[in-house]
Design a protein around this ligand. Structure first.
Ligand code: NI
Length: 498
């Protein structure tokens, strides 16, 4: 009987035995083995075996194939479900086929054979669910990760939507957490790459367990593993998450507490917003009642005075305006209102509109959100204390604002007011120059910037107001002007330019 086996057959048997003795340990430990070390490059050798794993319901299939030009080593988990096993098998077959296609034409004379290694890490996430995390390495060192998160009982692959409420808030948190995790790992991933990653969640490679939701980001030839702690995602987990992954009773309680706290926060914020809206509507009504009626068919202009009140100049400005029964808007500095409460009161008592120009003329565009809030909020407090009016119009000093300033105004229900005509009174400090500048630039619907701290501005007013009236201009407050223009958002509003 032995005589029937040809010499070549003996060689194959010997090779297979050799592989069993040494190859398996290499296969499992993951060392690279080149074809040159194998007994016969000319011969195709194929090995398959099944080993138990640490999970009773999962066994681990191993396969090794050596041909003249390549070698393939694959680990394949096997579950109780044939549907799942077929799915995993199909994916592995695909990887093998495309690898073989790639190396089929390579000459057998090459020094080193190409190799493909697919290994798998198994994680149990619930009694009958697992993460199968495949790592695929090719001889050119490129590695890729593919994860199957499988519910074996229901014979299906879990989807992102089973784990997370995939809305904008979730995406925002995931991106923030990812960026934080990358910084912590010292990995740099470009914004472009993150933009791409977060624009299409269907392309994600991810896994989930009770500790973390993990993203696998393929970057050049390596895969970055980005674990996002499950606690940071409590608000974004699906309601049935405890049916999907094993979480402790404690964790379940923490999740519920976090959601309740968030609901309460939103409720309070909404309540606060409504309260502010009501208060602002009351202020608006109060200030508009003080202003004379206007004819929206004619020409109109909103005169505004910044940086006061000044004990010396503001009363003179008030006198000039009173001569024409003109109402204007005063953007007060909080510290000035505090220093000259009587003057501030006079402005309010004369029925002028009052706006907010920060505590101390700060450049809001250079502050963080809390700094902006302090500048505007504390100034509003001082102005309200002096005049009884809480201003909701904000004029940012230097006209300097950014998205953070606009966001603050939006949250508070405030409106940003800039200007379309700069009298340049702060520069010229000359009454004639102020009049000339405004005469040149004025148009109906303009918001004119002046300052009730320069005596020259007070000097200019009598002649300026006479001229404007002669030109047919009505004097309106900023809120009247916005109403006529149908502008009622957060702004910024500039008024009309010529
Ligand atoms: Ni100013």
């Amino acid at each position: 009987m032995l005589r029937r086996i040809k010499p070549l057959g003996w060689l194959v048997i010997l090779a297979i035995m050799g592989l069993f003795l040494t190859g398996i340990s290499h296969l499992v430990s993951g060392q690279t083995q080149t074809a040159a070390n194998l007994p016969n490059r000319e011969t195709d050798i194929q090995l398959k075996d099944k080993l138990p794993s640490k999970y009773p319901d999962i066994s681990m299939g191993i396969e090794m194939k050596v041909s003249g030009t390549y070698q393939i080593r694959v680990q394949q988990p096997s579950t109780k479900s044939t549907t799942i096993n077929d799915m995993l098998g199909d994916w592995i077959d695909n990887q093998k086929d495309s690898f073989i296609d790639k190396f089929a034409d390579i000459s057998e004379d090459d020094e080193e054979a190409a190799s493909l290694k697919i290994s798998v890490t198994t994680e149990q996430i619930a009694s009958d669910s697992y993460n199968f995390i495949f790592t695929q390495e090719e001889s050119d060192q490129s590695t890729e990760t593919k994860v199957f998160t499988i519910d074996v009982k229901h014979e299906r692959e879990l989807e992102l939507e089973d784990i997370l409420k995939m809305d904008d808030a979730t995406m925002k948190t995931l991106r923030e957490q990812t960026e934080a995790s990358l910084v912590e790992q010292g990995s740099s991933v470009s914004d472009d790459m993150l933009d791409r990653l977060f624009s299409d969640s269907s392309a994600w490679t991810w896994s989930i367990n009770r500790e973390a939701f993990t993203l696998y980001i393929d970057d050049d030839s390596t895969t970055l593993k980005v674990p996002l702690p499950i606690e940071s995602l409590y608000l974004h987990l699906t309601e049935d998450i405890d049916e999907i992954i094993d979480i402790s009773a404690e964790q379940k309680q923490e999740i519920n507490d976090t959601i309740e706290a968030e609901k309460e926060r939103i409720r309070k914020e909404e309540e606060q917003r409504k309260e502010q809206e009501k208060r602002k509507a009351e202020e608006r009504a109060k200030q508009q009642k003080n202003a004379p009626t206007h004819n929206s068919d004619g020409k109109y202009v909103a005169l505004t005075f910044d940086d006061g009140p000044s004990a010396e100049v503001t009363p003179r400005v008030l006198d000039a305006l009173a001569q024409h029964d003109a109402k204007a808007t005063f953007f007060m500095i909080g510290n000035q209102a505090k220093a000259h409460p009587k003057t501030a009161q006079q402005v309010a008592a004369a029925g002028h509109e009052i706006g907010n120009h920060t505590v101390d003329h700060a450049d809001l565009s250079k502050l963080n959100p809390q700094g902006i809030r302090n500048e505007i909020g504390q100034s509003a407090d001082s102005i309200e204390q002096a005049t009884g009016i809480r201003p909701y119009f904000i004029r940012p000093p230097y006209g300097a604002f950014n998205d953070t300033v606009t966001n603050d105004a939006a949250t508070q229900g405030d409106t940003l007011i800039l200007w379309s005509v700069d009298s340049l009174d702060w520069q010229s400090k000359n009454a004639n120059a102020v009049i000339r500048e405004i005469q040149e630039e004025i148009t109906s619907g303009a918001i004119v910037l002046m300052h009730d701290i320069h005596p020259s501005t007070a000097d200019a007013l009598p002649q300026l107001l006479d001229w404007l009236e002669a030109q047919g201009y009505q004097f309106v407050t900023v809120s009247q002007l916005l109403e006529m223009e149908g502008q009622n958002g957060v702004g910024p509003y500039y008024g009309n330019v010529k």
